[in-house]
Design a protein around this ligand. Structure first.
Ligand SMILES: NC(=O)C1=CN([C@@H]2O[C@H](COP(=O)(O)OP(=O)(O)OC[C@H]3O[C@@H](n4cnc5c(N)ncnc54)[C@H](OP(=O)(O)O)[C@@H]3O)[C@@H](O)[C@H]2O)C=CC1
Ligand SMILES: Nc1nc(=O)c2c([nH]1)NC[C@@H]1CN(c3ccc(C(=O)N[C@@H](CCC(=O)O)C(=O)O)cc3)C=[N+]21
Length: 314
């Protein structure tokens, strides 16, 4: 039987442990503060930041949301960043990616106080991660590591193929999984748009991670029997009213999807991949909720460091 890894359940467990940390901080008079900055009105980004704000409320953190117009000048965003850097009630914050074209996201990242950079994107934090001395593990890769652990899949000695080399997923995940530490020690192959014969790389892997942004790119024919499959992709596709697909797919359209006009699918074709996999994450309900839980984790860590209050992180 294939283990369908329940990301919502694992994330719930982490959130429950983080609530204890929030209590400890509270006893010391500290409320962890997380700010989200959104430039423009990309619908998916709006969904993500509102979910992040709701998560804060749930665990007793202070959620602050800043929204700038899509045509905001770079200086306006830099001023916001300077204010957040100076605000001692904000322990961590992020600027939702993507930003509009007039803004250079790299420049944005460089301006964030590395001590508050709960995404782990600042060059100092990237350097520390690569050096094996991470301050903040980036949320999605950290969430993937926690999911593997929850599914009793130890990467040590395994061949891992990651499809995608982005700043947010592929690159940091490759670094985490190859580190000489618990939860690491894997042999990692990183694939991207110039990779030749992708299927050969995924077939020889014990663990396949798909982080591409291409709906259902990885299917069962590209996997070997017994593979662990982690689907990071979250893609909005037109709500599918096709009878056959609706009844067979785990991503089948619900009346909800029809109302929204889209459904969420991963970068993995779930049904055919599940036939081969020993364990697999669904979309939604897999990596996504873990990303949000690990953002809370990093915010608790940031508050603990800035306020000099010890907490026992999960
Ligand atoms: N669940 C979660 O918490 C999160 C989900 N996501 C989702 O994950 C997906 C990927 O996001 P992100 O990493 O930001 O995406 P990016 O667009 O930044 O990166 C995509 C990567 O996939 C590679 N790629 C594109 N096409 C192919 C192909 N045909 N074969 C092999 N590799 C290919 C690109 O290669 P190249 O470098 O050559 O261009 C690039 O490295 C999206 O669906 C996104 O929504 C993202 C972050 C968090
Ligand atoms: N600075 C920055 N930091 C990020 O961490 C960041 C970002 N920019 N830009 C976009 C990506 C994407 N991302 C997701 C977070 C949660 C879900 C998530 O919770 N997904 C739910 C479903 C969400 C839905 O219903 O739409 C799930 O998969 O079950 C998905 C994707 C964070 N990102």
């Amino acid at each position: 039987m294939t283990n369908v890894i329940d990301g919502n359940a694992v994330a719930d467990g982490i959130r429950a442990d983080l609530e204890d940390c929030v209590d400890t901080l509270d006893n010391a008079g500290v409320t962890p503060g997380l700010a989200t900055v959104l430039v423009g009105d990309d619908p998916a980004s709006e969904t993500y930041v509102s979910m992040k704000q709701r998560d804060c409320e749930e665990v007793g953190m202070n959620g602050i949301h800043v929204e700038l117009d899509g045509d905001a000048a770079p200086d306006e965003l830099y001023d916001t960043i300077d204010d957040l850097n100076d605000d001692s009630s904000v322990h961590g914050y992020l600027v939702q990616d993507p930003v509009p074209d007039q803004i250079d996201y790299r420049e944005v990242i460089r301006r964030i106080d590395p001590a508050k950079d709960v995404d782990g994107f600042h060059p100092e934090n990237v350097g520390r991660l690569v050096a094996g001395d991470a301050r903040f593990k980036p949320c999605t890769p950290h969430g993937v590591q926690k999911l593997l652990d929850a599914a009793d899949v130890d990467p040590e000695g395994k061949d891992v193929t990651i499809v995608g080399r982005s700043r947010i997923v592929g690159k940091p995940l490759a670094n985490l999984l190859m580190q000489k530490t618990d939860g690491g020690n894997a042999t990692v192959t990183v694939c991207h748009s110039r990779t030749q014969d992708l299927a050969e790389k995924t077939r020889r892997a014990d663990i396949v991670v798909a982080a591409v942004g291409a709906p259902e790119l990885v299917d069962g024919s590209m996997l070997s029997e017994g593979t662990t499959v982690i689907d990071v992709g979250v893609n909005r596709v037109d709500a599918d009213t096709d009878e056959q697909r609706s009844s067979s797919s785990q991503n089948s359209s619900s009346s909800d999807d029809t109302e929204k006009g889209y459904e969420l699918v991963g970068d993995v074709e779930f049904d055919s991949a599940k036939e081969k996999a020993s364990a697999i994450t669904p979309v939604p309900g897999g990596v996504g909720p873990m990303t949000r839980a690990m953002l809370l984790y990093n915010t608790v860590k940031a508050a603990s460091q800035q306020e000099d209050v010890d907490v026992s992180l999960p």
